[in-house]
Design a protein around this ligand. Structure first.
Ligand SMILES: [Cu+2]
Length: 165
């Protein structure tokens, strides 16, 4: 009796591992645009209120910083940060906000935010606020991004204390 050694080639099922590169790919990031802006909004004001904040998510493809912002709503638009001083939460103006490559940086109530003061008129829910954001890369090159931020109700998100304005 002849012994046959049969080699059975098992069909190798190659399961393509989910590409981690794909997970990092962001459909919103265009190769020509360094910084993408998402979910921007401005907090509505009540009549007579002279200050409000703008919030959004920023993501830079290359290491950058957010250096300035302007709006037709008011001449006074600043970038602020909130920080504990002793046991009191205070805010102060900052020269820039770092945007490390690929990291989402959130401007939010209680954190970094855009502050508009000396408002000329009430900012009402349903309105849209134009904002011009300026970003600077490590090479010193500046990029300007224009956005239209919808106005949301006063009670959206946590409410920052605006004492001192
Ligand atoms: Cu502020």
């Amino acid at each position: 009796m002849q012994h046959f050694i049969r080699t059975i080639a098992a069909a190798a099922m190659l399961v393509a591992a989910a590409g981690s590169a794909q997970a990092q790919a962001n459909a919103n990031v265009n190769a020509n645009v360094n910084v993408s802006v998402k979910d921007a909004w401005v907090r509505a004001t009540v009549p007579g209120q002279k200050a409000t904040g703008a919030f959004m998510q920023l993501q830079a493809a290359r290491d950058s910083k957010f250096v300035s912002v302007s709006s037709p709503l008011t001449q006074t638009v600043e970038v602020h940060e909130m920080a504990m001083q002793g046991d009191v939460m205070r805010m102060r103006q900052v020269q820039s906000v770092d945007l490390p490559a690929g990291k989402t940086v959130e401007l939010k109530p209680g954190g970094h935010h855009i502050m508009m003061t000396n408002l000329k008129a009430q900012v009402k829910e349903g309105d849209t606020v134009p904002l011009t954001l300026v970003f600077e890369g490590k090479d010193g090159k500046r990029e300007q991004v224009e956005i239209q931020a919808p106005v949301k109700a006063l009670n959206s998100g946590a409410r920052p204390a605006h004492a001192g304005h």
